[in-house]
Structure formats: C-alpha cells, structure tokens
Design a binder for this molecule. Structure first.
Ligand code: NOJ
Ligand code: NOJ
Length: 488
C-alpha cells in the first residue's frame, strides 16, 4: 500500500470514529452531570449538544458539559456533512428535528421566571457563590438576550455561572447550518412540524443577526469584547444567505435590510486587512497584534464556517491566504512539536501567539482548519478558479510551490491538496489508536490536554475529511467552463 492510500484509509476510518464520537454528545439523555458546588444535577434533553460529554470540574479538565450555541451549530452543520459524505447513517437526521425543537424551546426561556421558580442560590456552596451571576443579569434573560447568552444547561435551564457575555456569533452560525440542511435535504420540507419549527428558529436567528451586527461583543475565544472578524463575517454570511430564504418566504423588507447590512459589514471587514503585518486582524483594535492576539486562527475559521465563493473573505482571498501563512510561520517557530518534524508533515497550529489557556498548545480544530483551507482551495482551483498572484500572498505561493515555475491552476490545486495532506499527517501523528480527540495537544510533548472528546474537534475532522474527498473527486470538464467539442 502506498503512503497516499494509507493516509486515505486512516482519514476515512477516523472520520467515522469522529462521527460516532460526535453523535454521543447530541441528545445525550442517558448522561447525568452533577455539579455539587453549584447544587446542580443536569440531565440533557433531546436536541441539546454538549461541547464535551465528559463530566469535568476543572480537575484539571474544564467543565464543557453545556449546550454552547456556537459549538452546537458547528456540530449540527458537521452532521449534515457527515450524512452527505456517508460517515453517518441516515437515521441521524432525527437529531436535526430534536435540535430544532430544543432550540425553539429556548425562545421562551425567561430569567425572571427562573429566579421566581425557586431559590437556586440556597443550593450553591458558599465557596462557589463568587462564580454565580448577579440576579439582575439573570432577570434580564428573555428574547434577544437569551440568544446572546452563549450557552445554556443541556436540560434547557439558564446557565447561572459567570461567563464572557454577550457573544453574538451563535445565532448566525445556527442560521447558516440550518439553511444548509434546508438546501441539501429538500425532502425535509415535506415535514410540516419540522418546517414550522425551523422557520421559527431561522426567522429569530436572522432577526438577531440583523439587529446586532453593528455591535461589539465577546470574541469566539470568549476573552474580550470588541469588533471581531469571526463574529462579523459569520453574521454577514448568515444575512446574505438568510436574505434569499426570507425573500423565498415572501419577507421582502427584512430580506432587503439583511442584504444591505451584509454588504456594509463586508466593507467594514475589508478594513481589517493589515498591510504592515500582512494579515487580516482578528479584531479592529490595533494594539491586538502587539498583545499577541494576531495572527489569529479565528480568521481562518471564519472563512471555513462561511464558505464564501469568490475572492473576498474566502479561500481565494489573498489576504486570508496570507493570514494562514503568518499563522503557520509563527507556530512553526513557537511550538517544540513543530521543530524537527518529518519533512512530509505540516505544522500543528494553535489559536494565536500569546495564548496561555491550558498551556496555549496546538488545537485540533485549528490544525484541521488549516488542512481544510487547503482542501477547499484545491477544490476551487481544480474547478477552474485562479490563484491570485499579488504581493499579499507571495509567501503563501512560495511555500506552496517554490519548486514549480509558474504553475497552472491545476498544478496549484495539486500542491494545495498535498499541503493539506501534510497537515493531516500531523493530525494523525497526534491522534491515538482509539481515534479520540481532545481540545488541545501539548506544544512540547504532544499529549492531549484540556477538554476531552471535544465535539468541535470531531466536527472539524469531519468537515476537513469531507473537503478532502471533494477535492480529490475527478473534476468534470463542465465545471471548468465550456467543454471542448466532443469531449464532454
Ligand atoms: C479563556 C479561554 O481562552 C476561553 O477559550 C475560555 O472559554 C474562557 N477562558 C473561559 O474559561
Ligand atoms: C473554548 C473556546 O474558546 C470556545 O470557542 C468554545 O465555545 C468553548 N471552549 C467550548 O468548546
């Protein structure tokens, strides 16, 4: 068996493991999470998605036994990818129904009612009271504030633990995921109950994105408030795709408003390009690069989670390519596991240079994002798109194909595919036989750290593997424009 076939087989096998593991976090009604410090006993409801199904209490793994809006949307999106790629059984569709119902039920969540329904503080141990949110903050929970509240308990009750709030990306990511299901599985539209629940959730999420797209909020890493590339790009994309859906449903005025807000946001995002450093900033704060927050993998994740075609804020944008190069070059120098690695392996990536969270190691979802970026680029190039040759992406092109003299689009496609594979080899090197994936792997030892069985790591594996399969599929002549006579 040649090396290529071996990698191929491993990726397909691991994609199946990732799917099975990810499914364990969805509708995990058989699990129970005790938080004695907070006097809580949580039993997940159908449709909830755990960021990690492994109970932990910062001992040392973090407690991720919550339904995070961001993570759950990415998981539900990856589920549709797993179905299309054949990694999941058809029966997994039932989880979409449950997820939509669970999400809809959160619309009636009401903080005042929660406070009235019992004195939850009486059950919190004194040492834990400092981690509990103030009453007015809980009382303010209803409608839009719930959508920006980042996460809830998996039994659908509000999370009363203090956290970085608000974060506005969740509803946008959910809208993008649901619209993809809607497009890819038209047969679901025959189910009237699903259709009505889905419509409810979509309308609410899109209205939220429209109302809040101009406001600062907490970033994807839950660290600081500001105007963030990730949050804004996913909101812009939700509004763009949502506009088409709204129009189809006869809602012309909100459709137009969404379209306009999306365009305006994209213009604002163009301004995140930082000529001096040669990458897109992850936030508008100019001091962030000095503070070590840039380059930031959040920019690459934004590109993948929106999947934009064309040369602006997608894989064909020289600016996003340059950002990926900056990240790779940074982590190649920073992480011991990247130095002296075999020549056929790409770098392991983390979030950003000054990250200290659980040792600031490499993240599976960050490393997989780099691989997926190359696979998507390979697919675009093999389908006839062109790699821009501009100063901004000079290093990116050099690193891709230094040996080739003026490669053609197809050759660039092959080079991008190989580059993605070199990063998948690195992921394989740090994945145990069992196939389990945590959040991070240590920057010096490679040992898995932070949350165990992170659902988002599995989702990231699934979408990377499926993008690779897509990029490998023989391109049809018709994809590349006019077929030469007699060859189609
Ligand atoms: C900082 C981390 O970087 C972030 O990702 C995490 O979610 C928050 N702290 C909360 O623990
Ligand atoms: C920490 C990450 O920074 C955040 O993006 C994520 O939502 C949570 N972990 C849960 O996985």
């Amino acid at each position: 068996m040649n090396a290529f076939a071996a990698l191929d087989d491993w990726i397909v096998a691991e994609a199946r493991v990732a799917t099975a593991e990810m499914l364990r976090a969805i509708s995990a009604t058989r699990l129970v999470m005790e938080r004695p410090g907070f006097g809580q006993r949580v039993v997940p409801r159908p449709g909830s998605v755990l960021a990690s199904p492994v109970p932990a209490h910062y001992d040392p793994e973090p407690d991720y036994f919550f339904h995070w809006f961001r993570d759950s949307a990415l998981v539900i999106d990856a589920l549709h990818v797993a179905l299309l790629a054949g990694y999941a059984e058809r029966s997994a569709v039932s989880h979409l129904h449950e997820f939509v119902e669970f999400t809809r039920s959160l619309q009636s969540l009401d903080g005042r009612e929660f406070l009235r329904s019992g004195n939850f503080r009486a059950k919190v141990q004194p040492a834990f009271l400092q981690y509990v949110r103030a009453d007015p903050e809980i009382a303010a929970l209803s409608g839009d504030t719930v959508l920006a509240d980042v996460r809830v308990n998996a039994d659908g009750t509000p999370d009363f633990i203090r956290w970085s709030r608000p974060q506005n990306d969740g509803p946008a990511l959910r809208a993008i995921a649901l619209l993809r299901w809607w497009r890819e599985f038209p047969e679901l539209r025959r189910d009237r109950a699903l259709l009505s629940a889905l419509g409810d959730v979509l309308r609410t999420d899109l209205a939220f994105a429209l109302a809040h797209v101009r406001e600062p909020c907490g970033d994807v890493w839950e660290e600081e408030s500001g105007c963030h590339y990730y949050t804004q790009l996913v909101q812009a994309e939700a509004l763009t795709q949502g506009a088409a859906w709204l129009e189809e449903n006869g809602q012309d005025a909100p459709a137009r408003a969404s379209q306009l807000a999306a365009q305006e946001t994209l213009v604002r995002l163009d301004g995140f390009w930082n000529e001096a450093d040669g990458f897109y900033r992850s936030r508008t704060d100019a001091a962030s690069a000095q503070a070590g927050k840039d380059p930031n993998i959040a920019v690459i994740l934004a590109v993948l989670h929106t999947g934009r075609a064309g040369g602006r804020h997608g894989v064909l944008d020289p600016g996003t390519q340059a950002t990926l190069t900056a990240l790779e070059e940074h982590f190649e120098g920073q992480y011991a596991i990247n130095r002296e690695r075999p020549t056929d392996r790409g770098p392991a990536l983390g979030r950003y240079p000054s990250d200290h969270y659980y040792g600031g190691g490499a993240w599976f979802l960050a490393t997989l994002a780099a691989a997926e970026f190359y696979f998507r680029l390979a697919f675009s190039l093999r389908s006839g798109a062109h790699l821009a040759a501009v100063a901004a992406n000079l290093r990116f092109r050099q690193r891709l194909g230094a040996a080739e003299a003026a490669p053609r689009s197809e050759d660039w496609g092959r080079l991008a595919l190989e580059r993605g594979d070199s990063i998948m080899r690195t992921v394989r090197a740090f994945t145990p036989q069992s196939g389990e994936l945590s959040e991070q792997f240590d920057r010096s030892t490679g040992a898995q750290t932070s949350a165990k069985h992170l659902s988002w790591s599995y989702a990231a594996f699934i979408t990377a593997a499926a993008s690779r399969a897509e990029a490998l599929r023989p391109t049809r002549v018709a994809d590349r424009g006019a077929p030469p006579a007699g060859t189609a």
